[in-house]
Design a protein around this ligand. Structure first.
Ligand code: ADP
Length: 608
């Protein structure tokens, strides 16, 4: 009873301890791989090491052994390996074993009871067939990389759409550590295809054979470690030598085979496998039992090499869904993404600005056209008013030739009544009548032209001519109002671009205003017009008078619309004159002369 009680007590005491021992394992790992030391295993181990090193709570000690099973085998080698591991690690506490590759895993499971009793095993790089071959040993889990030959044949069909032949290249199936199950799959996976079996052949022979493969074929490469003549290679190096000669694309099953000459296919991803196996191992070190951690599936993806795709004319759309393409030169947009975005944004802003400015310009043009239309309408009204004022001088101008015509006609009648009419004289009279009629016609033509409702139109004109015509128009009115009207034009023609009717209107408005101004003067009523060159680029027109001048405080207002100091004034003459001058890209201003009287000046740019 006492012993039984003691046992019960001990069990009760030890129970939590043994439970906790079962939960957290010593944080040290022995990684055994069958690698060749090539880039694939290097990447796998370094990502495994990196992931383990990042373990947050506790440092994990990591030992690693390279069993080199691709190049060494046999019972003697295995026995020496086992002895070496036993002696080397006898004093080390190992929390978990990581075995990379099917052959390694088989040895580790076989030796575990003797070398590392009860220690969990985490495998990597096994497929389902390899795992089944282990026959469910206890305390074993890991990462399954499902990469059957059928996947690579699918990749071959994507690369060569009318595929009818595959050439298999690599070491003998049973000496392969990773793809050895492909040997058993050939019959089913390659059904319907012709198979050129170069497996296990010497590298030199393979190089010869792959140079003369038929048109609709692809090479499927597993891995070649030996040239069959005693030389060992890294499989990636052997692949490069084969690719040098191959006349068809080479489907390759490892990410690290993409560079030496493979077009790609479904590939094993060493870094991802390293991370996944490290994840499972850490869970076990942290207390999970291997039986509770189901095997992880992953580490395989379809990846293709862009330059090889170009070489073999393979389009992206024919690749298996989810394929990744490597080594493609980034497009300009991909390469300069943010710069392109900036340029695009700048272009957009610029385009917006241009659109806005064009709209503005359109609106301004529209407004200009509208205001010009208004101006010509108003100018027309103003002209009619001016001609109203000038009606007496117009009547006078018409009366003169009409009167002469009448007198001449009457004289001709008298001559005809005589017995011996002088036909020569009659002829002269008729010529006079004709000339007077033309003069009257000319007056009417000028008047009609002046009164026409014309749109604003510019053409090449001589400012002197415009000025002379306007002054001629005013001459009768001037003498009726007892005003001496003088004109001094520049000696040479002043060629400008302008609308003659509108410019005459400016001159007329200024002259009429001057005549109004001098009307208050009892004597010495003078209005002088002048045209001059103003430097080399413009002409200036001046109308000055001997009137009272403009009071200083009104000087700035005379051009305002509706500003008038006259009883019957409308106050639009000067404002119209200014609008017309501005429309000709000129300037207009008023000033008082030193000797008295006002002077108005306006400039116009000379025609180029
Ligand atoms: P309106 O002749 O109908 O008054 P304007 O716009 O032609 O309209 O002239 C505006 C005003 O400018 C005139 O009422 C007058 O006071 C002043 N003005 C124009 N020309 C002269 C001038 N030569 N001398 C003095 N004042 C002038």
């Amino acid at each position: 009873m006492r012993i039984k009680g003691l046992i019960v007590g001990l069990v009760t005491l030890l129970a939590p301890m043994s439970l906790s021992a079962q939960e957290r394992r010593p944080h040290s790992v022995l990684v055994l791989d069958q690698s060749d030391g090539g880039p694939f295993y290097y990447q796998l181990l370094s990502s495994l090491r990196g992931t383990v090193a990042n373990h947050p709570d506790e440092h994990v000690a990591l030992y690693s052994e390279n069993l080199d099973l691709s190049r060494f085998s046999g019972p003697v080698f295995e026995a020496s390996l086992k002895r070496y591991l036993k002696e080397k690690y006898q004093d080390k506490t190992i929390g978990a074993l990581v075995s990379v590759g099917a052959a390694t895993t088989e040895l580790v499971v076989k030796w575990r009871d003797e070398l590392w009793p009860g220690i969990p095993v985490v495998y990597a790089m096994l497929d389902e067939m390899d795992v089944a071959r282990l026959k469910r040993p206890p305390n074993v889990t890991g990462v399954i990389n499902h990469l059957p030959l059928a996947f690579e044949i699918e990749a071959a069909r994507a690369v060569v759409p009318d595929l009818d032949t595959i050439a298999l290249v690599g070491d003998p199936w049973n000496s392969l550590v990773v793809y050895r199950n492909w040997g058993d799959e050939v019959g089913t996976a390659a059904a319907g295809l012709k198979v050129i079996d170069l497996v296990g052949q010497k590298l030199a022979d393979v190089r010869q054979r792959v140079a003369e493969l038929p048109e609709r074929s692809a090479i499927i490469y597993s891995a070649m470690f030996s040239d069959g003549e005693g030389k060992f290679y890294l499989p990636s190096v052997a692949l490069g030598l084969i690719a040098e000669r191959a006349n068809r694309p080479i489907i390759t099953p490892a990410e690290t085979f993409l560079v030496p000459g493979g077009i790609g296919g479904y590939v094993l991803l060493p870094r991802q496998i390293g991370e996944e196996v490290a994840g499972v191992t850490l869970r076990i070190l942290d207390g999970a039992r291997a039986a509770e951690v189901p095997p992880v599936h992953g580490g395989v993806k379809p990846i293709f090499n862009w330059p090889q795709m170009q070489r073999w004319n393979v389009s992206q759309s024919s690749l298996p869904a989810g394929s990744e393409i490597r080594f493609r030169d980034p497009s300009f947009l991909e390469k300069y993404r943010w710069q392109s975005a900036l340029v695009a944004a700048a272009l957009l802003i610029q385009a917006g600005l241009i659109a806005f400015l064009l709209h503005e310009r359109h609106m301004r043009r529209h407004a200009e056209v509208e205001s010009r239309k208004r101006m010509t309408e108003l100018a027309h009204v103003n002209r009619r008013a001016t001609t109203g004022e000038l009606s007496s001088s117009i009547a006078h101008e018409l009366n003169q030739p009409l009167g002469a015509i009448l007198t001449n006609a009457e004289t001709a009648e008298l001559i005809l009544k005589s017995d011996n009419p002088d036909l020569g004289e009659i002829r002269e009279i008729l010529a006079d009548i004709k000339r007077d009629d033309q003069r009257a016609g000319e007056v009417l033509r000028r008047l009609r032209g002046f009164l026409k409702r014309t749109p604003f139109e510019t053409r090449d004109i001589d400012l002197n001519e415009i000025m002379s015509e306007a002054f001629k128009f005013m001459s009768v009115q001037a003498s009726a109002r007892n005003v001496a009207l003088y004109l001094q034009t520049a000696p040479n023609a002043l060629r400008i671009r302008g609308d003659p009717i509108h410019l005459q209107q400016v001159i007329l408005n200024l002259v009429v205003n001057s005549m109004d101004a001098v009307a208050t003067m009892p004597y010495g009523r003078t209005v002088i017009g002048r045209t001059e060159l103003n430097g080399g680029s413009s002409a200036v027109v001046s109308i000055s008078d001997s009137g009272p001048g403009i009071p200083a405080d009104e000087l700035s207002r005379v051009f305002d619309p509706f500003f008038t100091t006259k009883d019957q004034g409308m106050g639009i003459g000067l404002s119209i004159a200014r609008t017309i001058v501005l429309a000709h890209r000129g300037q207009i201003w008023a000033e008082n002369q030193h000797g008295g009287g006002a002077a108005f000046h306006f400039t116009l740019p000379l025609a180029a």
